[in-house]
Design a protein around this ligand. Structure first.
Ligand SMILES: [Zn+2]
Length: 184
């Protein structure tokens, strides 16, 4: 199915526009952008698209010709909280698969705590249960890192440690080489 042929979109610096969610365009949008001259084709699928006047292989990876600065503040999502905290419970310091993590209000909502970057941390089920509706000092459970709003860059850097496993082969190659060439 052609519907299963999305294109991975790289910024002009050849890094994905975003990792989580990974920036993908439908093949229709990708082909349109190619014809409008807005993108370069980095990699292609074997599958071709035909019309009476042209034939082309569907792009699997494209890069923007003009750099788009990552100015947007990251979305405050459960996944991005986990990503900021690198999937590490901020109380016991162990890392867990996503499904075993939850998030904890450092100052519980029942005590006036807000649901915000600055008051929410990643926690495992046991720590979350232990902490309950207590303030950190009452149960001597303090987050390893004081929670704060991450930058897009920080999330991207953390995301590079966790390459998505559902990638098309060429994307995997790209992410692999991209991370291998990174220094420092
Ligand atoms: Zn824990």
């Amino acid at each position: 199915m052609m519907d299963n042929c999305p294109a991975l979109v790289l910024n002009a610096d050849f890094r994905p526009l975003s990792y989580f969610p990974l920036s993908l365009w439908s093949w229709q949008d990708a082909v349109k952008a190619v014809f409008l001259g807005r993108v370069n084709i980095v990699s292609e699928y074997d599958r071709t698209v035909r019309s009476p006047t042209f034939e082309m292989r569907l792009p699997s990876v494209i890069s923007l010709k003009e750099y788009v600065p990552g100015t947007r503040r990251p979305a405050f999502t459960r996944f991005n909280v986990f990503l900021r905290d690198r999937f590490v419970c901020q109380y016991c310091g162990d890392d867990f698969p996503t499904q075993d993590l939850t998030f904890d209000h450092v100052i519980p909502r029942s005590r006036g705590g807000r649901t915000a970057w600055t008051n929410v941390v990643t926690a495992c089920g046991s720590c979350n249960l232990l902490k309950g509706n207590h303030l950190p000092r009452e149960v001597r459970m303090f987050p390893i890192f004081s929670p704060r709003q991450p930058t897009t860059f920080e999330l991207q850097e953390n995301g590079r440690r966790f390459p998505p496993n559902f990638l098309h082969e060429s994307w995997r190659d790209f992410l692999y080489w991209d991370s291998e060439l990174e220094i420092g």
